[in-house]
Design a protein around this ligand. Structure first.
Ligand code: FRU
Length: 535
């Protein structure tokens, strides 16, 4: 009798084991394909409220565009590996820039080459003949060492795509090797006459082209060589007009990613401020002034959304650095998007500067919250944050400058645990803001993963403001309402969840502090449709 019960028990256990193994295999098989994939947001290091590809490799955001109630996000995508490879355009849409719906791959490599970075526009007046309100993608075809600009169009809100039969539409001038990443938009002068503009990078120059129909382009100017940082190849230009805060004025901003020598090491993002007359860009600052948009290591190739419904200029970047991007210790996928940030220009003591603020839509993610009122904090009077912990946090703090100048340094430690902490600090004596990720968790996967990043930041209106977003493997810090930003990848242990406030060498006046636990976003998997021509 006993043997019978025992053998029945064994059979039940065996069936259960087979079931568990088959479910695990299926999940793994799905994880290695983009389509029909349940998002496993609970994987180690998987960001909880930043966009990530369902599986495999992603780099630059591409074709950012709002149309018909949807924000489109295309992105450099290798569906076959977790490192860079033959580039496709992955695709996702969102109605609020917070939650995302994955869609099938939009553009596949073809006989003209792989699909590198580019933009998308709506051809409202059907200038191209691709159809009423066609969505047109303008991208780089990369064929070996030859890079040229090409088109594809969609007549169904980006769900299916046709490559233009006359590709490429621009061949590399003088056969230059680096000629890529077209940013295209519709430009209208004051008299209301308009044309298409393309800004495209070529070594250390941004070339400008004009077109009436997106198919025929003529060169109208170039900018670079003797301007800004030139110690790396220029890539992924963006060009847009921005209001100057508290004034009636506007300026044009030309953003240029650079492959090396950024402040935190490796690749980064510089920008120029000036004028654009429909043909070419002029810098209003000296050529030797270098303006960096971010002082952390992981803000690259940002692009702004074309056609936002309310005229806001919002951009997002690839949250990575080419110096180590292919080695970061994530498992089934690699690459993430930064938070979308709203841009404006602010007149500061040292001239006009770019301001980046996380979009207010993100406030919908706020969950549990904690608040602290005005108080003086010192080593004798510490600020205890013991009740706070989490891997997805927003910290919003303001400090009074008069008293804070007595302290050497103060700030927050996040993702703290045994032998782990990421420090966000203000060095009051030297008036600089810094992030120290030297003990943030896994740091030795690449010798290029630099630990300490710092930049000058003076109080504004006698206050220092720190707005911090911590996710499962990232940190975004906005200093003084986004006049300074740091974007950093960190790879702490799952159980390093602590938050601390520290002050050294004096006291600091805390004006107010709010901390929130943030919810995970909703990322819906793609359904297989098989509609795309090459898919
Ligand atoms: C920038 C970049 C672009 C290129 C793309 C290729 O990160 O190097 O210049 O189009 O990535 O994936």
């Amino acid at each position: 009798m006993r043997t019978k019960i025992y053998s029945r028990f064994l059979i039940v256990m065996l069936i259960a084991l087979i079931l568990v193994i088959s479910v695990a295999c299926k999940t793994f098989a799905q994880l290695t394909r983009n389509e029909a994939l349940p998002m496993a947001l609970d994987e180690p290091y998987r960001p909880q409220y930043h966009f990530t590809p369902a599986a495999q490799w992603m780099n630059d955001p591409n074709g950012l565009l709002y149309y018909d109630g949807e924000y489109h996000l295309f992105y450099q995508y290798n569906p076959d590996d977790t490192v860079w490879g033959p580039m496709h355009w992955g695709h996702a849409v969102s109605t609020n820039l917070v939650n995302w719906q994955h869609l099938p791959i939009a553009l596949y490599p073809d006989e003209n080459g792989a699909i590198f970075s580019g933009t998308a526009v709506i051809d409202w007046e059907n200038t191209s003949g691709f159809g009423k309100e066609a969505m047109v993608a303008v991208f780089t075809h990369a064929n070996g060492n030859r890079q040229s600009q090409s088109l594809a169009y969609s007549n169904d809100n980006g769900r299916s795509w046709t490559k233009y039969a006359g590709n490429p539409v621009i061949e590399p001038p003088n056969n230059i090797k680096n000629f890529r990443d077209p940013k295209v938009f519709w430009y209208e002068d004051e008299a209301g006459s308009g044309h298409w503009v393309m800004a495209v990078s070529a070594g250390n120059i941004i070339l400008f082209f004009n077109s009436a129909d997106l198919k025929n382009w003529e060169t109208t100017g170039g900018f670079g060589l003797t301007h800004g940082a030139t110690c790396g190849i220029w890539e992924t230009p963006d060009l847009f007009e921005l209001p100057v805060e508290d004034s009636q004025e506007t300026r044009w901003v030309l953003a240029v990613a650079i492959g090396g020598c950024a402040p935190a090491g490796g690749s980064g993002l510089q920008y120029f401020i000036g004028d654009f007359n429909g043909q070419t860009f002029t810098n209003e600052n000296d050529g030797d002034l270098v303006l960096w948009a971010d002082f952390g290591a992981d803000f690259y190739a940002p692009q702004s959304w074309n056609n936002t419904p309310d005229g806001r200029r919002i951009w997002a970047a690839w949250m990575n650095n080419w110096a180590y991007a292919q080695e970061i210790p994530t498992s089934t996928w690699r690459g993430a998007l930064t938070l979308p940030r709203e841009l404006s220009l602010v007149e500061t003591a040292v001239g006009l500067r770019l301001q980046q603020k996380p979009i207010p839509e993100l406030e919908t993610l706020r969950d549990q919250s904690w608040s602290w009122a005005k108080q003086i904090v010192s080593t004798d009077n510490p600020l205890q944050l013991d009740e706070v912990n989490g891997e997805a946090l927003e910290i919003n703090a303001e400090f009074g400058a008069t008293n804070l100048l007595e302290a050497d340094r103060f700030g927050f430690k996040v993702r703290t645990g045994v032998d782990e902490e990421t420090i966000i600090g203000y060095a009051a004596k030297s008036r600089s803001l810094f992030v120290d990720r030297g003990r943030s968790g896994e740091v030795d996967f690449s010798p290029n993963f630099t630990p300490i990043h710092t930049t000058a930041m003076s109080p504004v209106d006698d206050t220092i403001r720190l707005h911090i977003f911590v996710d499962r493997s990232s940190l975004e810090l906005f200093g003084n309402d986004g006049l300074i930003s740091f974007t950093e990848r960190i790879f702490p242990r799952e159980e390093s969840l602590g938050v601390e406030f520290f002050v050294a060498g004096g006291q600091v006046q805390l004006n107010n502090l709010d901390i929130y636990n943030l919810d995970s976003i909703k990322i819906t998997p793609a359904e297989v449709t098989g509609e795309n021509e090459d898919g």
